[in-house]
Write a protein that binds this ligand. Sequence first.
Ligand SMILES: [Fe+2]
Length: 301
Amino acid sequence: MNVKKGISGHQSGEGRTDWDLLSSVSHKLQDTKDIAADIPITHYVHHIHYIHYIHHYAVLPVYVPQLVIQSQLGQVKQQVNKMALSITTLDDLIGQLHKAFEGDVVDVDYVTDLFNAYKSNPIEWKTFAKFDRYRYTRNLVDEGNGKFNLMLLCWGEGHVSSVHDHADSHCFMKMLDGALREVRFSWPEESADSTSSSAAGGGGGDIREMQPIGEAVLETNEVCYINDSLGLHRVENPSHVDRSVSLHLYSPPFESCQMFDQRTGKKTPCKVTFWSKFGERLPTGAANKSNATLPESCKRC
Ligand SMILES: [Fe+2]
């Protein structure tokens, strides 16, 4: 038995059918078994090289097409999903979001695509849009079977949030009307927390003003995404004449987060509340009962 015979035999396979090739490969594997019985130990290294050669030419023709097909099927599936993203109404969007969050893994790109696919129609969301004269409001639209909270945030002229985190949740945001400016920040140094002497104004501590790392203005129908690994942000309505409305999805839902003092990096727990649920204004006492003991600024995450 001769090693080169097997190699030259494969390389001369021009014009063969796949069946011929597989048959040839099968014979080569049998040849390999024969070689294993005959080959002297001094030729062991050469034999290993031959095994590698056979492995590549015997296995790849069988499995590489499968891998290519699987990859291509994945791409086609993604394209089909995107083509199927025809969101015609807010109810349609909510239905698609329920499906998207059925599993345990959140596909950020897909949810972003869903948000992009929906085109804002005020007639569909105006029942949830409730404004307050003094601060922006959070208005629950859907509880997402416990997987997410979907809500409208209504911003009066010049209203602004604190710098805040998102409690390890995903945060998707889409502009429904008007515009919002988003300013992003890095997390402050850990020493600048609420327990440090510096944060308490105790003197001599490490007080560092938080520096913005990015800024963007979102116009109607634009979408953005953030989570804690990407940093913190502050959101504001830059207009002093126009109100704005944004659609937010948080997954998993959370009831508290942290707000940060931009001048010092000091963080403070912040209980989040709703101004209305499912289009119904909550009683003032009920809306803020759970955080009645927190300072007013803490209600503005
Ligand atoms: Fe946020």
